[in-house]
Design a protein around this ligand. Sequence first.
Ligand SMILES: [Zn+2]
Length: 340
Amino acid sequence: MQDPKLPKAATESTRQKNSALDGRVFDPLDLERVRRGFIAARTEPLIVDQQNRKVIDTASYDFLRDGRECPDTVNPHLWRHATLNAHHGLFNVAPNVWQVRGYDISNITFVRGEKGWVVIDPLTADSTARASLELISRHVEQRPVTAVIYTHSHADHFGGVLGVTSTEDVEAGRCQVIAPQGFLHEAIAENVIAGVAMSRRAAYQFGPLLAPGPRGHVDSGLGNSTPTAAPSLIAPTREISFTGEELLVDGVRIIFQLTPETEAPAEMNFFSPTTAGFAWPRTARTRCTISCRFAGRWCATRSTGRNTSTRASIYSPKKQTSCSCRTTGRDGVAKMFAIF
Ligand SMILES: [Zn+2]
């Protein structure tokens, strides 16, 4: 008899349900898209915190990189998502724009400013954000972080801020922190006031207690896995309060669009004419939101994923206004990897 503590083989019912999904043809170009702009990956798979405790271990997900077929224990759609997510490292995604993927549940972006890096969404944990900054410092250029932009109030988009800057640098004005209106209130509401319930839900939602493997944890539905570390927070020094608000951030011109109640209660998109027309319509093209569509409902507070697919909007630089864009999760993933 099988040890009940060991992961089980697929039951007949699971096998049938998973194989029924096999008929869908996945776009083979997705693999090409996900590798586009690749520069380098970390050679050390383990990222640890300051007490030397494991935060993330990319080697645990090597089974996603060995080219094996989708096992009968895993939904083929999740397998596809997970194997694409497993391509971690530093990527050049547009002129003067780089992204580090695969070391946290979300991605971190670096835009070249006049004096330093403008960092967009510094991940969940200080250690994963610091590892990302080290990667771009080593392979592109070592520069100070002159600005941090939080696109929205979810912890995987601000919790690693102390890995890329410090309270001293922010208080001295060497680094500004920009966020959408209502950010601090919503971040505290969701992660402190509702924090215990959120943490408990996340344990079911993302499966961090399962051992990685084809019969255990395959992917969180966003990135491969959640980092096991507490988030940090630096309060914004500048809140974006209206759509069309424009800032010059370390020489990078950015025009913002507020999108509250989309994937998070406090959220924004933005567009930068400086970086070759680089647009960051966050609600349409990040892992977080795309997976919200898979999950249906996501956020714990009054904003839910239900609004995301119908109200996600893309800033239109030509019209200087916003237009509605309804995308499916699958298209969204393809577009994300095509562009970022
Ligand atoms: Zn989010």
